[in-house]
Design a protein around this ligand. Structure first.
Ligand code: 5AD
Ligand code: SF4
Length: 456
């Protein structure tokens, strides 16, 4: 068999796309390998969201050129493919900067990988079309043994692209306009996953709660309706979704957090900043107080919900007072976790041309302070778990013999003392202590395993 090494940068959608490319290449006789050395095909699945992500790609490509050269000297041909959002944004520029690259393929064209690879024999090829056709219809189904190897938690892309046009963000340009997969297609993918042992699905999309896919009844289905239907798939015990926009949190979706037992009490709902002036300049279409009220309604529906957000510091024009508004919002909401970034001007986005770009030192200082507050609230959220009983989905063997590792409903990593349980089971666990990145607990019972009903 030929070997392919796939390295994904960036978001969960890239992880998903990387897996689907592995599925396609599997059909072409490639098996995955963990290192680039020895691979016949090396595929970088890239991220364009911030400048540093792009720089990483070029650094990585320099190393791959050396591997390709060394393997060539040994008589082994090596192909280098750049996929993902840098491929989309930079196109042929990638091969001008790094001639060792054989093929550049955008995120909406990777279902054509087999043909493109054949074309790229002996010459360089670029395919960054953003076609309206649905690439998902062309992807081969993931094989059951591959699903099992990937584990009991899986991502399923249900939506792609974004029509929101936040002033800082490159996604509407790299991933294109909003597109929702039809319900039937998503269901057959979830059913295959569940049959191979998946218990926990995360429905993903750049703006997933704007989902509006065609239902089997011909009507347009919302994300809430889709979640209710996915919850009926035998074996699926947990449903999450990411990433959401505050403007698209409709009443049905909020109600699902109250009414649907499979809807996990975790929500990633980026707010980006706390100052209304900056939110307006970012074209976020909501104010700080609108976000606070929305969180209030979500917490009313599901009081224990863990919330998380993304933040950008140093957006052009951000004053000290604006930044204090962000800190105030963070302290008021008390997020269970959050990501935070320094603003990075992206070519082609409206914010890149704004005056009043913020000096690096100011951004560094603000990021440091913000991350301190975020970490404080994360630790507080985790510490409050001690003494509580939670359901833990067992995902893998633990760090030490006699331990197993899994996830709490709040997306926390949990280590339990047990080696007698099966991966994929959900057990009741009393949390006894926390460390920086994990909770530790003791098993105190088993939750019903829906798979037993399936077998009966
Ligand atoms: N600079 C910094 N952070 C950005 N993000 C998106 N674009 C930029 C940018 N130009 C962040 C946002 C988004 C997350 C995925 O990345 O916070 O929610
Ligand atoms: Fe990065 Fe956005 Fe592309 Fe994901 S969609 S890889 S976050 S640029």
């Amino acid at each position: 068999m030929k070997k392919v090494h796939i390295k994904s940068f960036g978001c969960q959608m890239n992880v998903y796309d990387g897996q689907r490319m592995a599925d396609i290449l599997g059909e072409q006789g490639y098996e995955e390998t963990a290192t680039p050395e020895g691979a016949d095909l090396i595929l970088l699945n890239t991220c364009h969201i911030r400048d540093r992500a792009v720089q990483k790609v070029y650094t990585e490509l320099g190393k791959l050129r050396d591997i390709k050269k060394a393997q060539g000297a040994q008589g082994q041909e090596t192909k280098i493919v750049v996929a993902g959002c840098v491929a989309q944004a930079e196109g042929g520029e990638i091969q001008r900067r790094q001639p060792a690259v054989d093929l550049v393929v955008g995120p909406q064209a990777y279902h054509r990988l087999p043909e493109l690879l054949a074309e790229a024999a002996g010459r360089r090829v670029v395919d960054t079309d953003l076609p309206i056709e649905d690439k998902f219809g062309f992807l081969p189904a993931t094989k059951p043994q591959v699903i099992r190897a990937r584990g009991v938690s899986a991502f399923v892309t249900v939506q792609e692209g974004c029509d929101k046009f936040c002033a800082f963000c490159v996604v509407p340009y790299t991933r294109g306009a909003e597109f929702s997969r039809p319900v039937a297609q998503i269901l057959s993918e979830v059913e295959r996953l569940a049959e191979a042992g998946v218990r926990d699905v995360t429905l993903i999309g750049q703006n997933v709660n704007a989902y509006h896919g065609e239902g089997p009844d011909g009507a347009v289905w919302s994300l809430a309706r889709l979640m209710h239907r996915v919850a009926e798939v035998p074996g699926i015990a947990r449903i999450r979704y990411t990433t959401s926009h505050p403007r698209d949190m409709d009443d049905d979706l909020i109600a699902a957090h109250r009414d649907l037992p499979q809807a996990m009490p975790f929500l990633h709902l980026p707010v980006q900043a706390g100052s209304d002036r900056i939110l307006a300049a970012m074209n976020r279409k909501h104010t700080g107080d609108e976000y606070r009220r929305l969180i209030g309604r979500i917490r009313e529906a599901r009081p224990d919900i863990a919330l998380s957000s993304d933040f950008i510091v140093g957006f052009p024009g951000e004053t000290d007072a604006d930044f204090e508004d962000t800190i105030r919002l963070v302290d008021e909401i008390g997020f269970a976790s959050s990501y935070s970034f320094k603003y990075s001007p992206r070519p082609g986005t409206p914010a890149a041309d704004l005056d009043a770009q913020i000096p690096r030192e100011v951004m560094d200082e603000r990021l440091y302070r913000l991350q301190g507050r975020i970490e404080h609230h994360r630790q507080a959220f985790n510490a409050a778990m001690v003494g509580r009983t939670v359901d833990v989905l067992l995902e893998r063997a633990g760090r030490h013999p006699g331990q197993m590792a899994g996830k709490s409903p709040y997306l926390q990593a949990v280590q339990i003392d047990s080696d007698s349980d099966r991966i994929g089971e959900i057990v009741r666990v009393v949390i006894e202590r926390t460390s920086t990145n994990s909770l530790f607990g003791r098993k105190c019972g088993a939750q019903d395993d829906p798979r037993k009903e399936m077998a009966a």
